[in-house]
Write a protein that binds this ligand. Structure first.
Ligand code: 2HG
Ligand code: ZN
Length: 473
């Protein structure tokens, strides 16, 4: 630990008060391990400011003392994006006490919200104002707005509304020197030089601390239909997507793919989770259609669509939810995929994207490569087929040694990435780079691109104190 930390911690305690700082190891421990349990670090203190001015003060004091900060929201990163180092030299900066919805304007359809509000709470707040915040991810009960924006999360509704970045109209950011940039504008048109807010979205806490945002809202759906379809192959899943687009592209709210192997793990490890179709399938699609128009007749349209798809042999079996509870039960099968895989043992995750048309080829080729490398490996591809983002996750062979399996993570990720590269895809679709993937950056984003990123980092954070060891190699 750097020599000046005890004095710094005293100053921070004075400034933040007793609830604003945790330094007892029993209290800091939960902040020192990531959701996947890939990294276990140490920290002298977790700093918990409750207002923008307090964040600014924390950043200023730490910058002066040369103390690195790791910003943290709900700690749900899949790539160790908020992992503290093992040497205890970094402070955690938790935004969880900045949890106010500042303002919702249903006429402008905007929401001003602080970084520590969970995504779920933000969705509810929008709903209370009869609006929709369309961002939706499996970890939304814990993930917080600040982290969601800092990582430019994607999720289930990207196919219709875009990624987190597309929903941001304004930002408030504490810069690495402690200055506050108030860019909380709510304009749809504002061409005034560089688009600074988009620099911070997706920067993974390496350029500044997002403390609040103005997000775009949308009209709330008046009709929603959710169906679970058993299909015969990834190709059939893609054909169903195409059929939905031909039918009414504007109605597609989510189009999610799941493999039979992934579904089997959900059934095995998650209580009360069973696909409501007659027989287990090799591949599944969760389809959600929605429209803000009342009386649009979405239900008969979906029935017709599925009947035609069955006649054409694209869909083998399908169940349309009859109630909100059934919709939630179908979504649970999809959203519990990560948890089920965690309970099944060690897993290597590949958060990758390819052009939508290439998803079936990606699944086939990557499965083939991985099964050849590790006999008995369980490939569980699933995810956002509608936007080409597949979580090509790999669960250890049944009964194998988890550590021995994880020791091969780079080999497996690199092998999958070779297929991704061949299909003109990306090695990082929606989870970001974090601490897991910086080593891949020179290969994928080297030359001018990485050089530019490094120059931006050096210009904004010359001391390298914000989220060190993440994103950039
Ligand atoms: C999801 O889509 C998340 O459910 C998590 O992005 C994916 O566990 C994963 O790899
Ligand atoms: Zn996802």
């Amino acid at each position: 630990m750097a020599a000046n930390y005890p004095a710094l911690i005293d100053r921070l305690r004075q400034r933040l008060g007793p609830t604003g700082i945790l330094s007892d190891p029993a209290d800091t421990e939960p902040y020192c391990e990531d959701w996947r349990r890939l990294y276990r670090g140490r920290t002298a203190a977790v700093l918990r400011p409750a207002a923008t001015a307090e964040v600014a003060e924390v950043v200023r004091l730490c910058a002066k003392a040369g103390a690195p900060l790791v910003p943290m929201g709900g700690n749900t990163s899949m790539v160790g994006g908020a992992a503290v180092s093992e040497d205890g030299a970094q402070f955690v900066l938790s935004l969880q006490r900045m949890n106010r919805v500042r303002e919702i304007d249903p006429l402008d359809m905007t929401m001003a919200i602080e970084a520590g509000v969970t995504l779920k709470a933000a969705q509810f707040a929008a709903e209370d104002a009869d609006c929709l915040l369309p961002l939706s991810i499996s970890s939304e009960g814990s993930a917080q707005i600040g982290g969601v924006l800092a990582t430019n999360a994607g999720g289930n509704n990207t196919v219709r509304y875009g990624n987190a970045r597309d929903l941001v109209l304004g930002l408030e950011v504490v810069l690495p020197d402690g200055q506050v940039w108030n860019g909380l504008r709510r304009l749809h048109k504002d061409n005034t030089g560089y688009c600074l807010r988009q620099l911070f979205v997706g920067s993974e806490g390496t350029l500044g601390i997002i403390t609040a945002a103005v997000l775009k809202l949308f009209p709330r759906p008046r009709e929603v239909e959710v169906a679970l379809c058993a299909v015969a192959s990834p190709e059939a899943a893609l054909a169903l997507f195409q059929a939905c687009r031909e039918h009414d592209p504007a109605a597609i709210q989510a189009f999610e793919y799941m493999s039979g192997a992934g579904m089997a793990l959900v059934e095995r490890f998650i209580p009360d989770a069973k696909p409501p179709v007659a027989a287990p399938a090799t591949d599944y699609v969760l389809l959600e259609l929605a429209t803000p128009r009342r009386g649009a007749g979405l239900r008969p349209a979906l029935e017709q669509l599925l009947a035609t798809a069955m006649e054409r042999g694209i869909v083998n079996d399908a169940v349309i939810a009859e109630s909100g509870a059934q919709r939630a039960a179908i979504w649970k099968l999809r959203e519990e995929h990560s948890e089920a895989q965690k309970r099944a043992g060690a897993s290597v995750k590949n958060d990758i994207s390819v052009p939508v048309s290439k998803v079936p080829e990606l699944i086939r080729r990557a499965t083939d490569v991985c099964e050849r490398l590790v006999p008995g490996i369980r490939c569980v591809p699933f995810g956002h087929l509608g936007d080409g983002n597949i979580h090509f996750n790999l669960v250890q062979p049944e009964g194998a040694d988890p550590a021995a399996f994880m020791a091969r993570d780079h080999e497996l990720m690199d092998a999958v990435n070779e297929v991704v590269r061949d299909l003109d895809g990306s090695f990082s679709a929606e989870h970001g780079i974090g601490r897991l993937k910086p080593y891949m950056m020179p290969d994928w984003r080297g030359g001018a691109e990485l050089d530019l990123m490094r120059r931006i980092k050096a210009a904004l954070d010359p001391g390298g104190l914000l989220n060190p060891g993440k994103l950039l190699p």
